[in-house]
Write a protein that binds this ligand. Structure first.
Ligand SMILES: Nc1ncnc2c1ncn2[C@@H]1O[C@H](COP(=O)(O)OP(=O)(O)OP(=O)(O)O)[C@@H](O)[C@H]1O
Length: 131
């Protein structure tokens, strides 16, 4: 096992690039294991497609990108917390149940906020397109 305790190691570009690789691996694992990530991916594609078709402003793109990032961030932390919980206690445990439910609640908050932002930014130009 690697010794992870050396906090005073000098700066290394190679190590920074390796960290990026670890982060990409994390995203891949989230996509492979977490079905909710597929839902987020479908929603993200729909939002980006909608933004392009409706030609929304730069300010609206900022809101949409932040909303999508918020959901992905919440889902990533939720997935990591779930994996840690399953590793620590695979059997039924009331504390684990609460921890997982709280993490899931965080995703719900992010998703509701993102949906509201999506409706507020894409809704009006979509209605204009329809009429
Ligand atoms: N070890 C456990 N002890 C007690 N309750 C648990 C345990 N594991 C999961 N749960 C309960 O089941 C719920 C779903 O847990 P799970 O790990 O399947 O997460 P999920 O992400 O909601 O499911 P999915 O695998 O579909 O993404 C949790 O929110 C929690 O209430």
């Amino acid at each position: 096992m690697h010794d992870r305790s050396n906090c005073n190691a000098s700066f290394s570009l190679r190590a920074r690039l390796a960290s990026l690789g670890y982060a990409w691996r994390g995203l891949y694992l989230m996509g492979a294991r977490e079905h909710n990530a597929w839902v987020h991916l479908a929603a993200s594609i729909a939002v980006v497609g909608g933004g392009l078709v409706l030609n929304v402003s730069a300010r609206d793109w900022c809101a949409l990108l932040l909303a999508m990032a918020l959901v992905w961030l919440a889902e990533a932390f939720n997935t990591a917390i779930e994996a840690l919980c399953d590793r620590v206690e695979p059997r039924f445990d009331e504390a684990i149940r609460s921890i997982k439910d709280i993490a899931a609640g965080g995703v719900l908050i992010a998703a509701v906020a993102a949906a509201a932002i999506g409706f507020m930014t894409l809704g009006p130009p979509f209605l204009v397109l329809l009429t």
